[in-house]
Write a protein that binds this ligand. Structure first.
Ligand code: HEC
Length: 271
């Protein structure tokens, strides 16, 4: 009896695959949970080599295709949702548009091929080793130049749960009026990703840069062409400014800047 228990303990302790349980929800309500280290065929881990944005080199992971995992968790309905909230163990949430998962290849990684411990030896933003279990969301950055150019955007680690959501739910207080233009809606998505980390709208958002809507909207007191140029290249207006400008890799940059301005305008308070 004692021996059997000891053998069982040893087997469990030496088990090569620790569990990788992820909870799936929609609008905050639980849907299901899956242990990605113990899924049934045909949902099997495969070796996926990506350009790892924190280690800044190619790394091979054991990983499951994200679309197949999401199909298993939600059926087809996630494909019609607007966004995925990816929640880490500490509650930190990354919001990624569903369209990005449908147009680029993402994977839920559950272990590394080159080492036994599931960690990252980060080089950027600073050298440190971080644990990334239970799951790490990775993208096909080795073959996809658009994904590679975006660095670590959308690579949450210690991923514990996934929530089908909308940008309006994920960023309360920042959503433009429901009947606004498609351009403003696009600008809202861009703003949440590239601006809201530093700027607030009516107090919602980051505190590194100035508030952009209270009491007056920045589009009321900045001339349109200067505002466009500022977002494009702040240094060309104010030498030494701490504002970085819209990243160079953003596709259709001029259109993107116009959309951000349309969004800012849509947030203007009434007279
Ligand atoms: C890393 C932080 C950071 C990011 C990201 C950032 N900004 Fe800024 N922004 C600043 C800082 C800091 C200032 C003040 C700079 C100065 O006055 O020289 C500023 C100033 C501004 C101003 C001038 C405000 C005023 O009233 O003078 C506007 C407009 C602006 N940012 C818009 C944006 C937009 C739109 C984005 C996204 C595309 C963005 N910023 C992204 C930090 C940031």
């Amino acid at each position: 009896m004692k021996h059997a228990l000891l053998v069982w303990l040893l087997l469990t302790a030496c088990s090569p695959r620790p569990s990788a349980v992820v909870a799936f929800a929609a609008d905050g309500a639980a849907v299901t949970q899956l242990d990605l280290a113990a899924t049934a065929a045909p949902l099997q881990p495969q070796t996926v080599t990506v350009f790892e944005p924190y280690e800044q080199r190619d790394v091979a992971f054991h990983a499951l295709p994200a679309t197949a995992v999401l199909d298993a968790a939600y059926g087809a309905r996630w494909r019609k949702a607007e966004a995925l909230g990816l929640v880490a163990l500490d509650g930190y949430t990354t919001t990624v548009p569903v369209s990005r998962l449908l147009s680029h290849s993402a994977y839920f990684a559950i272990s590394r091929e080159d080492r036994a411990d599931f960690v990252l030896d980060k080089k950027v933003p600073k050298p440190e080793t971080v644990a990334i279990a239970p799951v790490y969301l990775i993208w096909d950055s080795a073959k996809d130049p658009v994904i590679r150019a975006e660095g670590d955007y959308g690579w949450p680690y210690q991923l514990a749960s996934v929530n089908l959501t909308t940008f309006a739910q994920a960023f309360p207080g920042l959503a433009p009026p429901a009947l606004g233009t498609a351009e403003a809606a696009e600008g809202f998505e861009l703003f949440t990703r590239y601006c809201a980390t530093c700027h607030s709208i009516d107090g919602h958002g980051g505190k590194v840069g100035p508030e952009l809507n209270a009491p007056h909207n920045v589009t009321e007191y900045w001339q349109p062409q200067w505002l466009h140029q500022w977002i494009d290249n702040p240094q060309s207006i104010r030498k030494g400014t701490a504002m970085p400008g819209l990243p160079a890799h953003v596709p259709e940059r001029q259109k993107a800047i116009a959309a951000v301005i349309a969004y800012l305008k849509a947030m203007t308070h009434g007279p």
